[in-house]
Design a protein around this ligand. Structure first.
Ligand code: ZN
Ligand code: ZN
Length: 104
């Protein structure tokens, strides 16, 4: 919706510009048409797949278990906070099953 700068009446679109029905003033069309919100794009880059949910994650990050000192662990990466925060890495020891996380 756009209103006339001159008289405040409602304007209508005519030949690609906005024209006042009362006084005939015209203005560039803006705002109401062709404006697409981009808010939805943030959710597309969340790093989480159905594969992660179905298993313990990917094999072998070069991590050392804080419990037993074993040098291999399963790991998963999950976006736990909002999209602008770094994803959290979750580990599970391949030897003793201990779980821990890493916040980068
Ligand atoms: Zn007007
Ligand atoms: Zn361990």
């Amino acid at each position: 919706m756009q209103f006339c700068d001159e008289c405040g009446s409602m304007m209508h679109k005519q030949d690609g510009e906005m024209v006042c029905a009362s006084c005939g003033a015209s203005a560039d069309s803006e705002g109401s048409e062709g404006f697409v919100e981009t808010a939805s794009q943030d959710t597309s880059d969340v790093i989480e797949t159905s594969e992660d949910a179905a298993s313990e994650g990917k094999p072998t990050a070069e991590e050392t278990c804080p419990e037993c000192g074993h040098g291999e662990a399963w790991y998963t990466i999950k976006q736990t906070g909002s999209a602008d925060e770094p994803p959290t890495r979750f580990f599970k020891c391949q030897d003793c099953g201990n779980r821990w996380r890493d916040y980068n």
